[in-house]
Write a protein that binds this ligand. Structure first.
Ligand code: ADP
Ligand code: MG
Length: 287
């Protein structure tokens, strides 16, 4: 590899908004044959909005008050909705985030739980009667979260996040380049599959806990694949480091950008197949 052609390749990439941290990552990108994409903020815009709530107003007030303490994008959607409706939020006495599952908090002496099925079953709250309702939301690609107050189910909140407009075209190009495309998410399988279908991804790994994302990348590597991981969140950082090429979404967290080998500006997914094209032409010219 001549240093000059690597420099030219990196320069061309940078002009398009693809920032390689070092020339060696052009070589790594050239060798890729699988790519793993995080869902929220990578395939989708990461700006979820509340679409439904099945409980009453008092329940929503407690729900939004509890979520005020969370930094999760899902929480942001719920708080934004309450603000829009000019709902007064109540001071939280205790707050506890349960990564990959939800939150637990204490408000006006009441225990408020918000999260997925696992969170509810772990707390012995029976949600069997709401399974059908949950499935309906999830089939629509929405993330459904359950609310329980003092151990009793009080409603389901559904949140939807739109796919990036260029995601289907980017996925199509990646497949044409011979890459296996996989979506990885902490969200439930039904929601994940609905989103994957909208963008043309056939392989989905869902309900992955934040600390398990890197293990999933390793498993694919053990199948003999050279794997790129694309992500935006703090959760994605270990997987970005583990991957042969870590690609951060420029609009994502600083932690993800630091962990990655490449950053794509503006989160434009079409820049990924473009980066691969540039790597091919650069490396081929070298050999
Ligand atoms: P993602 O990979 O989509 O960022 P996470 O691993 O952060 O997902 O979360 C997985 C699931 O845990 C969410 O889909 C949601 O059901 C639940 N969850 C996480 N954080 C919260 C929260 N603040 N409020 C309610 N539910 C949450
Ligand atoms: Mg994300």
């Amino acid at each position: 590899a001549t240093p000059t052609s690597i420099m030219v390749g990196s320069g061309r990439a940078a002009e398009s908004g693809i920032l390689f941290k070092g020339g060696e990552h052009l070589e790594g990108t050239h060798q890729l044959n699988a790519i793993v994409l995080d869902k929220t903020g990578t395939v989708t815009k990461g700006k979820p909005e509340v679409t439904d709530f099945t409980g009453d107003e008092e329940a929503f007030q407690l729900l939004a008050s509890a979520e005020k303490g969370s930094e999760h994008p899902l929480a942001g959607a719920i708080v934004a909705y309450a603000t829009e409706k000019e709902m007064k939020l109540i001071e939280v006495e205790e707050f506890n985030a349960i990564p990959g599952h939800g939150i637990e908090s204490k408000i006006s002496g009441k225990q408020v739980l918000v999260g997925n099925r696992k969170l509810m079953t772990d707390q012995h709250i029976d949600i069997g009667a709401y399974e059908e309702e949950l499935s309906t939301f999830e089939t629509e690609g929405k993330t459904a979260m359950l609310l329980a107050i003092d151990g009793k189910y009080r409603g389901t909140v559904a949140v939807a996040d739109r796919i990036k407009e260029t995601a289907p075209q980017a996925i199509k190009e990646l497949k044409e380049q011979g890459l296996e495309v996989i979506m990885l998410t902490g969200d439930n399988e039904r929601t994940a599959k609905a989103i994957a279908k909208q963008v043309g991804i056939d392989h989905v790994i869902a309900q992955v806990l934040p600390e398990e994302k890197a293990d999933k990348v390793k498993e694919i590597q053990l199948q003999g694949k050279k794997v790129a991981m694309v992500g935006d969140g703090v959760n994605d950082a270990p997987a970005l480091v583990t991957a042969d090429v870590g690609i951060a979404i420029g609009t994502g967290t600083e932690v993800a950008i630091e962990a990655a080998d490449v950053t794509i500006l503006g989160g434009e997914l079409l820049l990924i197949p473009k980066a691969i094209r540039i790597s091919h032409s650069t490396i081929r010219n070298i050999r």
